[in-house]
Ligand binder design. Structure first.
Ligand code: SF4
Ligand code: SF4
Length: 235
């Protein structure tokens, strides 16, 4: 007969590691509401209830080695239906933080390293960034009704400072136009910083709180430097 000790190596359990986590995982009732709400439950056997239970039991090393925490989109649907208020997306981030940084899947860590080193995930030099913005701005100015349009880069005292998602200066420059045309039509007083403009913090996805703090701090510094009144951080 299969016993629990055949399935779980009790020596490997590490309940102390998650004891300080404020995700309330120990309160789980095993009701499976989270599993029912999760849009990716079932992908590669991922199940949020299973992950919560593993953490509550101290199986942090095992779950950190799995792909499951990286399948989670951190949409938060599970959290909304959990009767015990368990912070499941936060739990997933805590598990991700246990991964060695050289084992982070995909391009996330490379982009984050770029952002910490250069101020954006693409490691795009300042002059290239400014060239792209001005080029896109020039295309808008060729359109009827937008003849006076200019991109206000590093404008002092603007009402809005907006961050930019790296893909908008890479593969989706048309999307920049949608934002900027709305600003223009609304008569908005806005600006964009020429450094540390990255609005996508992959520290969020990799469970790296220190990286998130660094990048958020740079945006705050841009607000101070440019004396902007309102931050628009679409990501
Ligand atoms: S946050 Fe993650 S676990 Fe929760 S519902 Fe969304 S994808 Fe599923
Ligand atoms: S919804 Fe909450 S209480 Fe129910 S199984 Fe999921 S984590 Fe546990």
């Amino acid at each position: 007969m299969t016993t629990l000790s055949d399935i779980i190596s009790f020596e490997s359990l590490n309940p102390g590691r998650s004891r300080d986590w404020s995700c309330a995982q120990d309160l789980c009732l095993t009701c499976a509401n989270c599993s029912g709400a999760c849009p990716v439950a079932g992908v590669d056997d991922f199940d949020p209830r299973k992950v919560v239970r593993m953490v509550a039991m101290g199986m942090t090393d095992q779950v950190a080695a799995e792909r499951w925490p990286w399948i989670c989109t951190m949409c938060g649907k599970c959290e909304q239906v959990c009767p015990m208020g368990i912070a499941i997306p936060d739990l997933m981030r805590r598990i991700r933080s246990l991964r060695s940084r050289d084992k982070i899947p995909g391009i996330l860590q490379g982009g984050l390293d770029n952002a910490l080193r250069t101020g954006n995930n693409l490691a795009l030099p300042r002059e290239d960034f400014v060239f792209i913005l001005e080029d896109v701005g020039g295309e808008i100015a060729e359109e009827e009704g937008f003849e006076t349009f200019m991109v206000p880069i590093d404008k002092q005292g603007a009402n809005i400072l907006t961050t930019i998602h790296n893909k908008l200066v890479n593969t989706h420059t048309e999307d920049l136009k949608h934002w900027w045309k709305i600003f223009h039509a609304a008569g908005e007083d806005w600006t964009v910083a020429s450094d540390n403009w990255e609005g996508t913090s992959w520290g969020y996805f990799t469970g790296d709180d220190e990286a998130m703090k660094t990048m958020a701090g740079r945006i705050v510094e841009n607000m101070r430097r440019l004396k902007a009144k309102t931050l628009l951080w679409p990501e």
